[in-house]
Design a binder for this molecule. Structure first.
Ligand code: GDP
Ligand code: IMO
Ligand code: MG
Length: 422
């Protein structure tokens, strides 16, 4: 029987999905990305080197693991080929990479539109990564997007020129620089040839792999809080990083899935704008940022930091059908001395222990209810649960009790070896 394990972010991204996915894919036949694009930054410390993945599933680092970029991913070819070239220099065999015919392409006009949209939103800006992700998914929904397979259609150049010309009219209207149509067409005709060896009918490829009893690890990108349906709309990304996105973004069916691991940190972080009920916009947050090295892997922006929010996490566990949790950065809170877990929200004198839409738009009025824990332990690089001090075990048990899901893996450092398996 084949096994498909899914790794999903439960907060606002950057929970350590890359590290966990590399770790879990050690014996996997295929590592798969299904959603998002190069808004993702997945940091992996592997055999002593630090690598940040944006598009390629990190499991490709394992010699025997094939990499698949599924149909739900949006691909900026410039970034893809930078990543390919970097990985080749690291000695990774890129003939193992397969890219979906149906994946949509990001063009320079999407990046310009991303900046224009943010400018027009003014104070309501989302704080996007400015990588053109939202506009690319907008064009996909608007049925003017161009997919990998479309590059090999004789109409490709005509459709691309029409898109560029139309987008330029909008840029001109708002006083933004227009884009060089011929230069873009030339670049993308070149990318068409460069992409050719990787292009695969990935839906068929994955289903054939299942027939051959192969194991697959799906590396989620972004997270539940950023999901455009189930997250903090409109302060979200333009895709579905929750479990449904894994299926629509790969063509794999729900009945093929085995374990769905939800990744969180022993504290919380968010990059970009939007609500963050347990944010510590103070010295505590600054300390967490420095101890956890919380600076964006994609944009280098300082991440906003705060306490773990078990109310939001319970919601994320439910909507994704999480079967096991991964709690990273337990080593980091061990350096804080004291840490808090948010176990409820107080709003209008009412206490909420389940996430409720009553808080939508009123997040800044919510008073988090905390339980405090002593977290003064040095557990860096620990790999054995039995060696953890009682204080660390109590913290993990409190998370399990509130969320009703077992903690299967605990992160004790940035390397993929710094993991406790339970
Ligand atoms: P992703 O986007 O979910 O893959 O996460 P990022 O790579 O953006 O951010 C996670 C950060 O935490 C990276 O710098 C990782 O190296 C680091 N990290 C992951 N797990 C742990 C852990 O258990 N302990 C420590 N100290 N660092 C970790
Ligand atoms: P990984 O996979 C953290 C955030 C952006 C912004 C919002 C919308 O590394 O966890 P977008 O560019 O997607 O339109 O931006 O989503 N965001 C992330 N934050 N980690 C990510 O990915 C993110 N991908 C998008 O900061 O608030
Ligand atoms: Mg990240």
């Amino acid at each position: 029987m084949s096994k498909i394990d899914v790794v999903l972010g439960l907060n606002y991204g950057d929970e350590g999905k890359g590290k966990v996915s590399t770790f879990l894919s050690q014996n996997a036949d295929i590592a798969l990305r299904c959603t998002g694009g190069n808004n993702a930054g997945h940091t992996v410390e592997f055999n002593g080197s630090k690598i940040i993945f944006h598009l390629i599933p990190s499991g490709i680092l394992n010699d025997k693991t094939e990499g698949v970029i599924g149909n739900g991913v949006v691909i900026d070819p410039r970034v893809l080929f930078e990543e390919i070239s970097f990985l080749k220099d690291q000695g990774v065999d890129l003939s193992k990479l397969h890219i979906s015919t149906r994946a949509h392409l990001i063009f320079p006009y999407h990046i310009a539109e991303d900046k224009l949209e943010e400018f027009l939103k003014g104070d309501d800006k989302v704080g996007t990564t400015a990588r053109g992700i939202g506009p690319c998914y907008m064009d996909k929904a608007n049925r003017i997007g161009l997919r990998v397979i479309d590059m090999y259609n004789p109409n490709f150049e005509k459709k691309l020129r029409r898109n560029i010309a139309n987008k330029n009219k909008v840029f001109k209207l708002f006083g933004f620089d227009t884009l060089d149509e011929d230069a873009i067409v030339k670049d993308y005709l070149n990318y068409r040839d460069m992409l050719k060896p990787y292009v695969t009918d990935t839906v068929l490829y994955l289903h054939n792999a299942l027939d051959e009893n192969k194991n697959i690890i799906c590396e989620g990108a972004q997270a539940t809080g950023l999901d455009m349906d189930l997250g903090d709309y409109p302060m979200v990304t333009s895709s579905n990083p929750t479990i449904g996105g894994i299926q629509t973004g790969s063509g794999l069916s729900h009945k093929d899935l085995t374990n769905v691991y939800g990744v969180c940190k022993a504290y919380a972080s968010r990059v970009g704008e939007g609500p963050f009920i347990t944010e510590q916009n103070n010295e505590i947050g600054d300390t967490i940022r420095e101890l956890g090295h919380e600076y964006g892997a994609t944009t280098k922006r300082p991440r906003r930091c705060g306490w773990m929010d078990l109310v939001a996490l319970k919601y994320a566990v439910r909507v994704n059908g999480i079967t096991g949790l991964v709690v990273n950065h337990l080593d980091t809170i061990g350096k804080l001395g004291k840490s808090k877990l948010c176990v409820g929200y107080k709003l209008d004198d009412k206490v909420y222990t389940e996430y409720s839409d009553d808080v939508i738009g009123r997040e800044s009025e919510v008073e988090p209810i905390y339980e405090e824990f002593t977290t003064n332990f040095n557990i860096e690089k620990e790999t054995n649960y039995d060696n953890l001090p009682d204080a660390a075990k109590e913290y993990i048990k409190a998370i399990e009790n509130h969320l009703g899901v077992p903690v299967k893996f605990i992160g004790t450092g940035p390397s993929n070896e710094d993991m406790i398996i339970r």
